[in-house]
Design a protein around this ligand. Structure first.
Ligand SMILES: [Zn+2]
Length: 107
């Protein structure tokens, strides 16, 4: 299990970044693909915005861009129909693969 996966299992989304390039590395990698420096980690604030979504049976799924500039797919929980651009809070877990889920804020 990687550090990233271990952290997901604890509900923490770690952002991998290169301090030399001042850039986010996604997917996470120990080495920056641009400058070959060792990368660092910082905890995500777990907020993002809906880029697009679709409905599958009674569930909403969407592509979310989190504030650190990373795009992930996951289930969206909302009391009403979600909207593109809406702010969401992210929860993460790991169960043989990463799971991302999103709750619409101010709803
Ligand atoms: Zn770099």
């Amino acid at each position: 299990m990687t550090f990233f996966e271990e952290q997901l299992e604890q509900g923490i989304f770690q952002i991998c970044y290169c301090g030399n390039c001042n850039d986010t590395i996604w997917p996470p990698n120990e080495i920056c693909h641009t400058c070959n420096n060792k990368t660092n980690w910082k905890k995500s604030a777990n907020f993002g915005k809906i880029l697009e979504f679709s409905k599958k049976e009674s569930l909403y799924f969407g592509l979310i861009e989190i504030d650190e500039g990373i795009r992930v797919l996951g289930e969206i929980t909302s009391k009403s129909i979600p909207e593109v651009g809406q702010s969401v809070r992210m929860s993460v877990s790991f169960d043989s693969k990463p799971h991302y889920s999103f709750i619409v804020e101010n709803n």
